[in-house]
Ligand binder design. Structure first.
Ligand code: SF4
Length: 238
């Protein structure tokens, strides 16, 4: 089989292998506990990770990086602590709503939350304020260990520039779902027990190549994925 006959899912799977060979293991998500991962998933919305780190440091110093800590901290104090990562009047009530859900339906236990079936849990998370598909999937994958792909802006840019989907995925829920489906299919033949690890690694690798090469401007020279552009019938972007 020549490379021109590869399907988009096969090409995406090959991208994982190429990025993994180029960058090695990424060891994501950058957090010490599942609850810290959940807070990070909320705080990183529309914000650079450096700003999230400042908010997490504030929360750690205030003893609010645990379920008990976040439950007991007053809302206005929480807003002040997460100010560095922006949108505190939206993100602080959203974090409180997550803890309310945990208390009301899962006895305050992240383990019980994680034991719920994936589809039902995803729907429940999406019903919370301030939780869109990317936040829900990041929580499911990184904090709760469910095998779901995370389709972020870096992956959307790669899919658009490499013409993996027709029409190109938009920055909306439909575009997100089409990207997530493509990623799910790309890893469908991997053993089920490995899928969470692979989705985790693939997300981290696409962020790495996005930061190094495929940001708002594509810098294709020396990019590990440059060879795939000819597969998709494109010329290089630089
Ligand atoms: S920088 Fe170029 S080769 Fe690399 S992922 Fe983006 S479009 Fe593809």
């Amino acid at each position: 089989m020549t490379s021109t006959r590869l399907t988009p899912t096969q090409r995406l799977r090959r991208m994982h292998d190429q990025l993994s060979a180029a960058y090695g293991p990424q060891h994501w998500w950058p957090a010490e506990t599942p609850f810290e991962m959940i807070l990070g998933a909320y705080l990183t919305q529309n914000t650079a990770w450096k700003a999230v780190e400042r908010s997490l440091a504030n929360l750690r110093a205030a003893g609010a990086l645990t379920v008990d800590g976040l439950r007991s901290i007053p809302l206005d104090e929480l807003q002040r602590l997460i100010q560095p990562s922006g949108f505190p009047t939206r993100k602080a009530p959203a974090l409180k709503a997550f803890v309310d859900l945990l208390d009301a339906e899962f006895g305050g236990s992240l383990e019980l939350l994680a034991a719920s079936p994936t589809d039902a849990l995803r729907r429940r998370l999406l019903s919370l304020p301030g939780v869109g598909p990317e936040t829900a999937d990041a929580i499911l994958l990184y904090a709760l260990g469910h095998p779901v792909p995370v389709a972020d802006e870096y992956l959307r840019r790669i899919a658009e520039r490499h013409r993996l989907l027709t029409p190109p995925p938009g920055r909306n829920r439909k575009g997100y779902n089409s990207l997530a489906d493509l990623t799910r299919h790309a890893f469908a033949f991997d053993a089920a027990k490995n899928q969470a690890r692979l989705f985790n690694e693939f997300h981290a690798l696409t962020v790495a190549v996005g930061k190094a090469h495929c940001g708002r401007t594509a810098r294709c020279a020396n990019c590990p994925l440059a060879g795939d552009l000819s597969t998709g019938g494109l010329t290089r972007y630089d």
